[in-house]
Design a protein around this ligand. Structure first.
Ligand code: GLP
Length: 241
């Protein structure tokens, strides 16, 4: 486990974007596992900037997103499909047919999870997985108690996750109660894992996840066992370690 201290959110985003861009330069047809949320937004902004300057080419990459709310369609502004297009895909030359996000409108859970796992397998697994972390230690939407050995599955969201994510919705009642998420087994199989964390509200969970015991109660703690895991945090998020 490698921990990199960044001065602030911009510094964190730039450092993480540098690692992603190195990955794309080293392997132009790599598979990037991507994440949503406020933490990675700055990374996408930086990558778009470098793309506009001609420094990075995304034409051969495949993207596999971590998760999606069950019940939301691609058109819904709160869907992760929409988030990724709005914040990244629409501004760079990723090929639309190489973009993968779980289909929130597929109500057949077994079928959707099998479809997504098949894609990940067919692409040869993930070269670099980007992650944020929830205040309860979730990664993707793997909530506390999630079994470490799962592939893609459907989860019931924790109250604290609904509370944290309601800021994207008009009212709390609009936050879907379920989501599809890549499982921890798949995340752990990624060849490289990169997590970004910023802000005071992440300080406690960062300490618990990476300096406490490895337990399903803190899903991110399993990353202590990953052979190539890097955490980049700003001063506030790393203030307790
Ligand atoms: C959501 C996403 C996670 C993300 C988390 C933290 O629940 N499913 O992938 O890491 O939020 O988001 P933020 O970066 O906005 O704190």
């Amino acid at each position: 486990m490698k921990i990199i201290r960044a001065k602030d959110y911009n510094d964190m985003s730039r450092k993480a974007a540098n690692i992603i861009s190195a990955q794309v330069i080293m392997k132009p047809n790599c598979v990037l596992g991507l994440a949503t949320g406020g933490s990675p937004e700055g990374i996408y902004k930086q990558l778009i900037d470098w793309y506009n300057k001609g420094d990075i080419d995304f034409s051969e990459i495949t993207t596999i997103n971590l998760d999606e709310y069950k019940g939301l369609s691609r058109e819904s502004e709160q869907s992760y499909w929409y988030f990724m297009h709005h914040h990244f895909f629409d501004h760079v030359n990723v090929r639309p047919q190489k973009i993968n996000v779980p289909d929130g409108t597929n109500m057949n859970v077994e079928e959707e999870c099998a479809r997504y796992d098949h894609i990940i397998q067919a692409k040869g697994g993930i070269d670099l997985q980007l992650l944020g972390i929830g205040v309860d230690g979730h990664i993707g939407f793997n909530e506390p108690g999630a079994a470490f050995e799962l592939g893609t599955h459907c989860v019931d969201l924790d109250e604290s996750t609904i509370e944290a994510n309601k800021r994207y919705f008009e009212k709390k009642e609009d936050v879907p109660r379920q989501a599809y998420t890549m499982g921890i087994k798949t995340i752990m199989q990624a060849r490289k894992v990169l997590m970004v964390a910023n802000g005071k509200n992440k300080a406690d969970i960062i300490k618990e996840a990476f300096f406490g015991p490895v337990t399903p109660q803190v899903p991110a703690s399993i990353l202590q066992m990953h052979p190539d895991f890097t955490l980049i945090g700003d001063e506030e998020a790393l203030s307790k370690i």
